[in-house]
Every structure is written in C-alpha cells, then in structure tokens.
Design a protein around this ligand. Structure first.
Ligand SMILES: [Zn+2]
Length: 172
C-alpha cells in the first residue's frame, strides 16, 4: 500500500491529461479541469452521451449503449480507454505492479475498454515493467472498496506490536 506522506497518494483519476480535438478541458468533480476522471469516468461518459443527444441517466445506461454498439458511445469508450491507458502506463512505470485490477461499472463494457487500455499501456510502459503485467477486471467488484477498508483495519488492529500489547494487558 502506497499512501504517501498525508494519505493522499494514488489518486490517478485526478492527474491532468491533454486530449486531442478538445479545445476546452472539462470540469472535474475535484474542482480542477482536464483530469482523467473528467474524460473517462462513468459520470463523464453520461455527460458526453447526453450532450450527444443520447437518452442516458446512469452509468449503467452508458454501459448498455456501449455494449449495444452505439457509435457515439463506443467512440467515447475508446477515448476513455486511451486516456485511462495513458494514466495506467505512467503508474506502471512508477510502481511496476504485477496486476492492474480495474473495477467500476465501466469495467463491464466487455473487452472494449480493456483492449484500449492494454494497447496504450504496452506501447508506453517500459518492457521490463509489462513483461509479467496482468490487466484484468477486479474480482472484488463491487465490494473492492469495503473489502480493502476491512483489510486495512485488520492489518492495523493485528500488528505484532498491538497483539503483544493486548497479551501484556491481559496478563496484568
Ligand atoms: Zn479531478
């Protein structure tokens, strides 16, 4: 776990990207503009599909359009995959992970998202960092966040020092 000095590390979704054929970077929920999430997040796809005249209210609606082959939805999904791929490639170069597990509703767009992400990651990351890299849908979805939190708590509660304190306390 890489938390950073103040616990703010790892928010790859708020790294800034420049996207061709976009003159004004979209606003992000974090207050900045041009973040990965502002282009490639589920809510961003819903926004862009609505602007394109599609009848979508939720990310699941967007996923349904992508899986159904709607041309605008597929084009936006491919763009999202390229943007995510760029951010993931940078992350791979920094941390050399063994597995990239992608969760969330957009991860259920079949292979469209993953193919685009893999293409960019394998092109932009260092060969040594991608030799054994797996990019896959998270098996924990949609409970990854809560399971991760539970694991952090368990790790924190059952450190050897903490267990020793509990034992010492029980004896006294
Ligand atoms: Zn942001």
């Amino acid at each position: 776990m890489h938390r950073g000095a103040d616990g703010a590390a790892g928010d790859v979704g708020h790294t800034q990207v420049t996207v061709e054929d976009v003159s004004e970077a979209p606003a992000c929920r974090c207050g900045n503009s041009g973040c990965v999430e502002a282009y490639a997040g589920g809510w961003a796809l819903v926004r862009d599909l609505r602007e394109a005249g599609r009848d979508v209210a939720t990310v699941n609606d967007a996923v349904r359009l992508i899986r159904g082959g709607d041309l605008v939805a597929v084009r936006l999904a491919r763009r999202a995959a390229r943007i995510l791929g760029g951010a993931i490639a940078d992350t791979v170069n920094l941390f050399n992970p063994r597995v990239i597990a992608i969760g969330g509703q957009l991860a259920h767009t079949d292979e469209q998202l993953f193919a685009g992400i893999r293409e960019i990651v394998y092109r932009r990351s260092l060969p040594l960092a991608t030799r054994n890299l797996q990019i896959a849908r998270s098996d924990l979805d949609p409970h990854a966040g809560i399971l991760g939190l539970a694991q952090l708590l368990v790790d924190g509660i059952y450190t050897p020092e903490r267990v020793q304190e509990l034992i010492d306390g029980a004896v006294v």
